[in-house]
Design a protein around this ligand. Structure first.
Ligand code: SF4
Length: 225
């Protein structure tokens, strides 16, 4: 009997992938070949009416991000920024009240994004990561563990951000630049489904892809730890 290996899709190098084509194949670790039970469990979950509507809208939005889709051979011609994608998706879902959880380090960008959403007819609740003004000592951090050593610093407070968005009854939330980990806590504690506009990368202008693109060049240190 074939040994079932842990999925390693990121290392899949077959020419035609089974998950993309009925004529395709998958390597030994291919979860499309080995994870039938998980697939069926997941497909059952999509059958929930709200989940189905959301998933359908997301796939429709995905397609609508390209033009000239009926041409053969198809050539990708994407036309929509992520800001536009979020706006269109929220309209598709008939969302009225949006929550924006933003990082204090991106105050100006958060302000711009909220004003754009309002121009497009949404009511927006925005909550800064420092909300509550709780000193970092609450987390047991000492003076030498702060960004500015020896000063008074308030902690990023993603669970409170989530609680406030929950209390406001937002239909959908959008994150703007939260730190690694803080984003995960907000995602876990928010009641409404939550997407991400911006991921924080303090060095690369919030474009972490640049490190991956440059891994054979100026970022080779990443592969040589
Ligand atoms: S699901 Fe299978 S075919 Fe698709 S990327 Fe993963 S390993 Fe490759």
């Amino acid at each position: 009997m074939e040994k079932v290996l842990q999925p390693e899709c990121a290392k899949c190098n077959v020419e035609i992938r089974l998950c993309r084509s009925k004529e395709g194949t998958g390597p030994q670790f291919c979860p499309t070949r080995t994870k039938e039970k998980e697939l069926q469990t997941a497909l059952e979950k999509y059958k929930d009416q709200n989940t189905m509507r959301f998933a359908k809208a997301a796939s429709l939005q995905e397609a609508e991000c390209y033009v000239r889709r009926d041409e053969k051979p198809f050539v990708m011609r994407p036309t929509k920024t992520r800001v536009e994608e979020i706006i269109e998706f929220a309209h598709k879902m008939n969302y009225r009240k949006l929550g924006v959880g933003f990082c204090a380090g991106l105050f100006s960008e958060g302000n711009t994004f909220v004003r754009i959403l309002e121009k497009h007819g949404f009511e927006v609740v925005s909550v800064c990561c420092k909300v509550g003004g709780v000193p970092k000592e609450f987390l047991g951090l000492g003076d030498d563990e702060k960004v500015r050593v020896g000063t008074y610093e308030t902690m990023c407070n993603p669970i409170t951000q989530a609680e406030i968005l929950n209390e406001a009854g937002t239909d959908f939330n959008i994150l703007v630049g939260l730190c690694v980990g803080h984003d995960a806590l907000l995602l876990k504690h928010a009641r409404a489904l939550t997407t991400v506009l911006v991921v924080k990368d303090r060095v690369l202008g919030h474009n972490p892809m640049a490190a991956l693109y440059g891994v054979k060049g100026y970022f080779q240190r990443l592969m040589n730890p």
